[in-house]
Design a protein around this ligand. Structure first.
Ligand SMILES: Nc1ncnc2c1ncn2[C@@H]1O[C@H](COP(=O)(O)OP(=O)(O)OP(=O)(O)O)[C@@H](O)[C@H]1O
Length: 296
């Protein structure tokens, strides 16, 4: 058994769309030791969920290796991955992802049955214990819509926990919960890490969750850091300006101004507006169009 619950080696991820290629992850190496409660933070669109999907074998990296509990899952086919995911990886997402017409108990039993290890009776016994761990033993036969948001998230945690996975991956696990319920769910997560030694990775925007964790990582511009990247406001503004979008915005603005000018000229020609009222506006539009054309 490896000392790492999860190892990501030089992970690159390039998304190809019809018009462009985006390199979201630019060679990320990450080693999560057993028993860690790690958080991954970073700006919106920085690739946190992409990294989590790759770590969980839900998505393939463009290059690099993914090793879960000492097993290299990078080149596994879908059938092998389904087994490995069920045995070694638990998932908890913001939207709970419980199956609506299954009871809480059945929802927790499902990944246990997917492992191919347990029969129905064994899966049931383990699932009941997992529900007990999250304080929901008495709600085992309820359907998701008969449970509160916090209870549903606890069922999702029981489901992730039941197969005794090497690692539980959580994507904004408290994102859709109110503050009090979120705090209760988080204290359960923290307790599972402390008492069970369960290795957990949480992707979040919430710095308070990072405070609970044993280690915090930050993703920015496709790279990962253990310290929050220190940037001045001027650097952030420069980065946004040079991100390529401001040129496009100017072009769109120019098109909009030209369309407005055309419309004004048409209205003037067709005698639909008072010329004295719009003279200044036409002048100002022409001036702005000139300036933008020079800037592009
Ligand atoms: N299937 C896909 N095809 C093309 N681009 C994608 C795809 N999935 C994600 N992206 C792009 O990859 C980038 C990273 O997305 P990702 O969801 O991993 O970011 P994130 O850090 O989790 O963002 P957030 O905090 O807003 O959830 C984004 O620019 C996104 O638009």
């Amino acid at each position: 058994m490896s000392e790492y619950a999860l190892e990501l080696r030089d992970i690159r991820k390039v998304y190809k769309t019809a018009t462009e290629e985006i390199e979201v992850l630019k060679g990320i190496t990450l080693k999560i030791r057993e028993g860690e409660l790690a958080t991954i933070m970073g700006p919106s669109g920085s690739g946190k969920s992409t990294l989590l999907s790759i770590a969980g074998g839900l998505d393939k990296p463009t290059s690099g290796r993914v090793i879960v509990g000492g097993v290299d899952i990078t080149d596994m086919n879908e059938e092998e991955l389904t087994r490995v995911r069920a045995r070694k990886i638990g998932f908890v997402f913001q939207s709970f992802n419980l199956i609506r017409n299954y009871t809480a108990l059945e929802n927790v039993m499902l990944p246990l049955l997917f492992t191919g290890i347990f029969n129905v009776k064994e899966a049931k016994e383990i699932a009941i214990r997992a529900l007990e761990v999250v304080g929901l033993k008495n709600h085992a036969n309820k359907f998701p819509n008969q449970l509160s948001g916090g209870q549903q998230q606890r069922v999702a945690i029981a489901r992730a926990l039941a197969p005794n996975p090497d690692i539980i991956l959580m994507d904004e696990p408290t994102g859709s919960l109110d503050v009090d319920t979120a705090a209760r769910v988080l204290s359960l997560v923290k307790w599972l890490n402390d008492a069970f030694g369960q290795t957990i990775i949480i992707v979040t925007h919430n710095p308070e969750i990072a405070e609970l964790s044993t280690r915090t990582y930050y993703i920015r511009a496709g790279a990962i850091y253990e310290e929050p990247p220190k940037r001045t406001l001027t650097e952030i503004v420069k980065e946004i300006k040079s991100s390529g979008s401001s040129g496009d915005i100017k072009k769109i603005q120019l098109e909009m101004l030209k369309l407005k000018l055309e419309a004004l000229e048409r209205a003037l020609k067709e005698d639909r507006i008072d010329p004295t009222l719009i003279e200044a506006e036409v002048n100002s539009l022409e001036h702005r169009i000139n300036r933008l054309e020079k800037a592009l």
